[in-house]
Design a protein. Structure first.
Length: 250
């Protein structure tokens, strides 16, 4: 294993989207035989089932693993920003000892600067050079560090906005129909949609790709709205470049 890069993100659909971008435009190959195909260093980090208070097994969403030559890229969702920037995630980093660590988080309505500061302080508990982090940039050191604050390191919002942009480039009419559908639901259940509207629209339009599947499952199992036109369209191209620079391959 020449190099090992670990990218942490908030949710399962973020993980699937980043993995799709890396495979479609970065030349990375998704690994399907897991954990049998993993290097020994990564096998001990593969999620093991745990029992809940009732004794039933609970399974975590498995990370995405990709390779390019002998380089490994792991993309692991942590179930929200608070869980991502937690002590338990720092313990994962202690066990992983990757060559590079990236965080892809949503600005939401908190703003880019507040998210960046939170990541600096959190990673700073382990890595002194984390105080030099800048949104969308790679900070050299051991390990290399990088933070991408969706959608574009400048504006409030989330990664879902990028996915909607991709869908609009592919089929504007379908996106309009999806928005009308979600608007009709808003009228039935007002007050629930302020932070999840984009995800709801994406979930609706992706039913044409894989009926009945969740957004994360749909992104994981298909290319969805990723086509060749996105390779040169910012910020998709910049996000792909961020991943390549983080891995040290550019």
């Amino acid at each position: 294993m020449t190099s090992y890069t670990l990218i942490l993100c908030e949710g399962a659909h973020d993980q699937a989207a980043i993995a799709s971008l890396a495979s479609e435009y970065g030349g990375w190959t998704k690994q399907k035989r897991i954990p049998a195909s993993l290097p020994e260093k990564l096998q001990n980090l593969y999620p093991m089932p745990k029992t809940n208070s009732s004794g039933a097994y609970e399974f975590e969403w498995a990370p995405a693993y990709l390779t390019k030559d002998d380089n490994w890229l792991e993309i692991r969702q942590r179930g929200g920003f608070e869980n991502l920037t937690s002590e338990s995630t720092l313990e994962v980093l202690d066990r992983a000892t990757p060559d590079a660590i990236g965080c892809v988080v949503d600005a939401d309505d908190k703003g880019v600067e507040r998210r960046l500061q939170a990541c600096q302080e959190w990673l700073g508990k382990r890595y002194v050079h984390a105080k030099k982090l800048k949104a969308g940039r790679i900070t050299p050191g051991q390990p290399r560090l990088g933070v991408w604050i969706a959608p574009n390191n400048r504006s409030n919002g989330n990664l879902g906005r990028l996915l909607l942009d991709a869908a609009k480039m592919h089929n504007k009419g379908l996106v309009r129909s999806g928005k009308r559908f979600v608007t009709s639901l808003e009228k039935l259940e007002p007050g629930k949609w302020s932070t999840s509207r984009e995800k709801a629209v994406l979930g609706a339009i992706n039913q044409t790709v894989r009926p009945g599947a969740s957004l994360a499952a749909c992104l994981h199992s298909s290319k969805c709205w990723f086509d060749s036109s996105l390779a040169t369209h910012a910020p998709f191209a910049k996000l792909c470049e961020f991943v390549e620079r983080l891995t040290g391959l550019k």
